[in-house]
Design a protein around this ligand. Structure first.
Ligand SMILES: [Zn+2]
Length: 85
């Protein structure tokens, strides 16, 4: 008897939300390798997580800025970035 197939699903939590806990740093406290995804109204603070590759954003915010794509597309991006590093 074959084992039942298992599927994992990522929750879809809506637009403009990323699976990341932002540090909410003010601009002056951001290092060059920290994510520049803005949070807040008026007085902006920024995500502050480690950026992904050479872009301005961490991986969750980078994918948010580019659209989520399929899980296999995200995996391909992840693998190609690892190989380039
Ligand atoms: Zn970020």
């Amino acid at each position: 008897m074959p084992a039942p197939q298992q599927f994992s699903c990522e929750p879809i939590s809506g637009l403009r939300q990323a699976d990341v806990v932002p540090l909410l740093l003010p601009l002056l406290d951001l290092a060059p390798d920290q994510c520049r995804w803005p949070y807040g109204d008026g007085l902006f603070v920024f995500c502050g997580c480690e950026v992904w590759g050479s872009g301005p954003y961490c991986e969750p915010h980078l994918s948010l800025s580019q659209g989520r794509g399929t899980s296999s597309e995200r995996e391909a991006h992840r693998v190609s970035n690892k190989q380039a590093a």
